[in-house]
Design a binder for this molecule. Structure first.
Ligand SMILES: [Zn+2]
Ligand SMILES: [Zn+2]
Length: 368
C-alpha cells in the first residue's frame, strides 16, 4: 500500500508529499543598503544577478535590524539604518527578491524574520539595542508581531552571536549557516533541531549562506561564504507560480532540502506499515559519501542547548555521483516514532571547509 493511500485511510497528518517542482533560495543574505558589514559592494541588483547565476530562484535580504532602523550608530561609520524596503518582487532575471530582517542583539541570538505575504507593512522598528536589553524571546516576538516567520539563526558558534535559549518558539532553525561550510556550529544546531522535533515542536530546518559580499566565489572563505552556499530548496505544486506567498507556504510545511550547488538528497517515494518502511532516495554527491536514513526518538527530556545528537541511523549506503536507491524493506519494532530525515555526509567527519553535505527536512509519517 502506498503511503498517500494510508494517510487518507487513517486520517493521520503528515508533511509527506512527493513530486512537485523544486525551487532553491537563500533566506539569509545581507545587502549594502542595510548592513554596515558588507564593504559597500552588495547592492540589490548585484545580489539578484549573482543569485540568478548561482541557480537560485529566491533570495531573502536579511539586513541587521535594519529596515525601519534600530541599529545603534556609535560604532558604525555612515550608519545605514536605511535597509531596502519594497514588496517581494521578481528581479529582471527572474529571482524573487524579498525583504526580511535579521534582528541582531548582542549575546542573545540573531533572529531571521521572513516577511508576511505582502511584505512588512508595520511602521515601527526592529529593536535590538541597547546591548543586553533584548533577548532572543523578545526578538522572536517582534518578528511574530510583524507577521513574520522567525528563524533561530546560527544558534551555536561565536559567543556573542549564540542563542540564549530564552525561547524555542521560533518557526525555523538555521541548522546550516554558511560560515565555513559544514562545521561544528552546524553539527550542534542540527542536534538542537533534533531535540526540538523530538519534543513535538514544528520547527523547520533551513540552510542559508549569511553572505555579506556578493562577489565571493565558491568555495569561499571562513566567515565569508558565497551566495547560496548552502541553500534551502522547497517544492511547489506544478501548477503553482513561484510567488513569495507560495514559497513561504512551502517553507512552512517543512518539506525542504538543505544543500550546496552540487549536492542533493531527497525521498522521492515511500511506503510504511507499523513494523516496516521502504524508501526511494535520490540525490547527488560530488564525491564518495554516505547516505543515512536517520530516526529521531520522541524524547521529552532533551535540552536543545546541550546540542547532543539524538538520532540513530536506520539505514545507510555508500554513494558517489548521481544516485537512485531503494532501501528495500526495513523491518523494525513499532517504536511510536516516525520522525525521519535523510543526510548525505562525507564518509568520515568533514573538516570545516569541506563540502559534500545535504539534508532533508523531517519525513514525518503517521506513527506505527
Ligand atoms: Zn547573524
Ligand atoms: Zn546574518
Amino acid at each position: 500500500m502506498v503511503a498517500v493511500a494510508m494517510i487518507g485511510t487513517l486520517g493521520c497528518t503528515s508533511n509527506l508529499e512527493f513530486g512537485g517542482t523544486w525551487i532553491s533560495g537563500d533566506v539569509h543574505v545581507h545587502s549594502s543598503t542595510g548592513s554596515n558589514d558588507t564593504d559597500g559592494i552588495s547592492f540589490e541588483p548585484d545580489i539578484a544577478a549573482a543569485a540568478a547565476g548561482a541557480g537560485l530562484g529566491f533570495v531573502v535580504l536579511t539586513d541587521h535590524s535594519n529596515a525601519t532602523g534600530s541599529m545603534h550608530c556609535e560604532d558604525v561609520e555612515d550608519c545605514p539604518n536605511l535597509g531596502p524596503e519594497f514588496p517581494a518582487e521578481p528581479s529582471d532575471d527572474g529571482v524573487m527578491l524579498v525583504v526580511g530582517n535579521e534582528t541582531s542583539p548582542l549575546n542573545a541570538g540573531h533572529v531571521g524574520c521572513l516577511p508576511p505575504d505582502g511584505g512588512f507593512t508595520f511602521d515601527g522598528a526592529f529593536i535590538d539595542r541597547p546591548d543586553g536589553d533584548v533577548t532572543a524571546h523578545d526578538a522572536v516576538q517582534q518578528c511574530r508581531d510583524a507577521g513574520g516567520w522567525s528563524v533561530a539563526n546560527h544558534p551555536f558558534g561565536v559567543a556573542w552571536l549564540d542563542w540564549d535559549w530564552t525561547t524555542t518558539a521560533y518557526d525555523a532553525m538555521e541548522v546550516w549557516n554558511g560560515g565555513w561550510r559544514w562545521d561544528g556550529g552546524d553539527v550542534d544546531a542540527l542536534a538542537a533541531w533534533e531535540c526540538n522535533v523530538a519534543q513535538g515542536l514544528h520547527v523547520v530546518p533551513v540552510a542559508a549562506s549569511d553572505n555579506h559580499r556578493v562577489g565571493i566565489v565558491p568555495p569561499g572563505e571562513a566567515l565569508d561564504p558565497p551566495l547560496g552556499q548552502p541553500r534551502t530548496s522547497v517544492a511547489l505544486h506544478e501548477d503553482v507560480a513561484p510567488t513569495w506567498p507560495a514559497i513561504r507556504r512551502a517553507l512552512q510545511t517543512g518539506r525542504v532540502v538543505l544543500h550546496e550547488a552540487d549536492t542533493w538528497v531527497e525521498a522521492s517515494e515511500g511506503s510504511w506499515a507499523p513494523k516496516w518502511e521502504r524508501w526511494t532516495i535520490v540525490g547527488e554527491s560530488p564525491g564518495p559519501a554516505v547516505v543515512e536514513l536517520r530516526s529521531i526518538p520522541r524524547a521529552q527530556d532533551c535540552d536543545p542547548a546541550a546540542a547532543e545528537p539524538l538520532s540513530e541511523v536506520l539505514w545507510s549506503a555508500d554513494v558517489d555521483g548521481s544516485f537512485t536507491l531503494d532501501t528495500e524493506r526495513i523491518d523494525h519494532e513499532p517504536d511510536g516514532s516516525r520522525l525521519r530525515y535523510l543526510a548525505l555526509v562525507p564518509p568520515t567527519w568533514s573538516e570545516p571547509g569541506e563540502g559534500g553535505v545535504a539534508l532533508t527536512g523531517l519525513l514525518e509519517t503517521p506513527p506505527g
